[in-house]
Design a protein around this ligand. Structure first.
Ligand SMILES: [Zn+2]
Ligand SMILES: [Zn+2]
Length: 252
């Protein structure tokens, strides 16, 4: 029987915001007995618990090394190290310098390796239980990824933008019928010169060009109106568009 993927939004915030209760990027993808997180940004670690115990996750996949996408690996590491008997190690796929960055934060070589099994995401596929992960480099930091998650036995996938300055970079990951979960940092737009992020019209054009089935918008920076952002995406794409928030649940 076809087993659907489910997406639960744990954190949808950008790097900083005046929106009370917002926390950094964190998206729970589940299918059957497999669960993984896309990103684990600031303040989102406690939001795992109402859904599952962190040690039940099969992996955490990190798009890039900005704190709103990875910094709660620190509380995850502490939880795995100090709260569990026997200790557990968690598989983490991400940029190549992820371990070094975490170790430097604590000025402790080996800090991350005590509880995290780190591997480079790269532009390739990884099997995680009943799911397949595929990374693709996008314009943002030196090593930023967009990520596709799909059922191992086929079927529509979820393509997550991470943070991205050029929507075209994401297009090769999107198969017709996929759902796009994309940052729309600058809302209805335009993106100011030098800001390496997307606006909603760019996401809409991406969805139209790739035959995506649905668009979920996230990572809205403060000062931008959610309704106007959704409308701006709809002007470039005829399919369903919504803004997602912590607590949003989507069957894919
Ligand atoms: Zn971000
Ligand atoms: Zn970023």
């Amino acid at each position: 029987m076809f087993d659907a993927m489910r997406l639960t939004i744990l954190g949808a915030g950008p790097a900083y915001t005046d929106r009370e209760g917002a926390s950094g990027a964190c998206y729970l993808v589940s299918r059957g007995s497999t669960s993984l997180l896309l990103d684990l940004g600031q303040g989102s670690f406690p939001r795992i618990f109402p859904n599952l115990r962190p040690e039940a996750l099969d992996a955490v996949v990190v798009s890039h090394l900005h704190p709103d996408h990875f910094i709660d690996l620190v509380p995850l590491r502490h939880y795995l190290r100090y709260e569990l008997t026997p200790r557990r190690r968690m598989r983490v796929l991400g940029p190549s310098d992820l371990g070094g960055r975490l170790d430097a934060l604590h000025a402790t070589p080996g800090f991350s390796a005590e509880a995290l099994e780190l591997a480079t995401l790269g532009e390739r596929t990884h099997d995680v239980g009943g799911l397949v992960i595929e990374g693709r480099l996008v314009t943002h930091t030196d090593e930023s990824y967009a990520i596709r998650v799909s059922p191992a036995d086929g079927g529509p996938g979820l393509v997550y933008s991470g943070d991205c300055g050029r929507a075209e970079d994401i297009a090769p990951l999107v198969r017709p019928g996929d759902t796009i979960l994309s940052e729309a940092s600058f809302g209805p737009g335009p993106v100011p010169p030098g800001a390496i992020h997307l606006d909603a019209p760019a996401v809409g054009r991406l969805a139209t060009a790739t035959g995506a089935a649905r668009v979920l918008l996230t990572h809205l920076q403060m000062g931008h109106d959610p309704d106007a952002t959704v409308e701006a995406c709809r002007a470039a794409y005829e399919g369903p568009v919504e803004m997602v928030w912590p607590g949003s649940r989507v069957t894919l």
